[in-house]
Design a protein around this ligand. Structure first.
Ligand code: AMP
Ligand code: MG
Length: 278
């Protein structure tokens, strides 16, 4: 991550995460208005860098988003990632696995959606659901899910070795902020479609989820696929930090736009011939 000012939100590989010690309402002493403006500038830069990545057609980027319900995954996709060119950018949402998906190992459906060269792919939920919801609700026995941290690390290393840069963002919100967002959804006609009974039920398992997140963040933050815990009670700060980390990562890739596939001197000669009506 070099010297990004947001390196402090990266989970050091091998360290033990305690979410209670990390403030979801942190705003890093930023002022909202200036931060929103700066995010806008960074979005333009991100769009340019994505265009270069696409043109280079060598490496790819995978961004995994995980969060509690109402944590802001949709907002990140709309505000942060929405500024990129849809050609070369793809969002994949992972829901409850289908019967066919359940008949394969848990990484099968994930593998299918990994980015191709030049592409940026955003996972809205990810391989981590299989050590989160699956663990909290005992959907498979412990001896099965407990091996998955290593399996995920191995999988991510393989992707990384093959040119995929992985960034993983956990949107950290407080339990109080979740309730405020539930209320906003109930009262705002344009958001009422988001009200979900499942979200209310899952809130009962808040502590179990926090523990499961802490394990995933602690066991699976690596140099090749780091986790970032993003303070997300304030959406504008969340957007600033995520955009800056993505831009910083893209800039460090040293992307080269490809050399022309033709002789430009020859093409210039032909162009002048056309222009002169020959
Ligand atoms: P939403 O993102 O609100 O549309 O909800 C998708 C639902 O699918 C969430 O409740 C997830 O926890 C659930 N889900 C995603 N992946 C898995 C998985 N591997 N196993 C079980 N449930 C999952
Ligand atoms: Mg939901």
């Amino acid at each position: 991550m070099g010297n990004s000012r947001w390196i402090k939100f990266r989970v050091e590989p091998g360290s033990r995460v305690r979410l209670d010690d990390m403030r979801p309402d942190d705003t890093g002493n930023e002022k909202k208005q200036a931060a929103v403006q700066h995010t806008g500038k960074l979005q333009k830069r991100m769009d340019e860098m994505q265009f270069h990545l696409y043109a280079e057609h060598k490496r790819s980027v995978l961004i995994c988003l995980q969060a509690p319900d109402a944590g802001g995954k949709d907002g990140v996709i709309r505000h942060v990632i929405g500024s990129m060119n849809p050609q070369g950018c793809r969002v994949v949402s992972f829901k409850q696995p289908s019967a066919e998906e359940l008949d394969h190992d848990f990484l099968w459906r994930i593998e299918h959606q990994t980015p191709t060269r030049g592409e940026i792919v955003i996972f809205n939920r990810s391989q981590y659901e299989d050590v989160l919801v699956v663990r909290v609700h005992n959907l498979v026995p412990k001896h099965v899910w407990s091996k998955r941290y290593r399996e995920i690390n191995d999988f991510e290393r393989r992707l990384s070795d093959n040119g995929t840069h992985i960034l993983k963002f956990f949107l950290h919100i407080s339990k109080e902020e979740q309730l405020r967002r539930f209320k906003r959804r109930l009262n705002d006609r344009t958001r009422q479609w988001k009200v979900s009974e499942a979200d209310y039920q899952e809130r009962q398992y808040w502590a179990d989820y926090q523990q499961a997140y802490e394990d995933a963040l602690s066991k699976c933050s690596t140099d090749y696929a780091p986790w970032f815990v993003i303070p997300s009670d304030h959406k504008w700060f969340r957007n600033l930090v995520i955009t800056e980390i993505i831009v910083h990562t893209l800039e460090r890739l040293g992307i080269q736009t490809p050399a022309p596939q033709v002789s430009l001197a020859e093409m210039r000669r032909k162009y002048h011939q056309l222009k002169n009506g020959k």
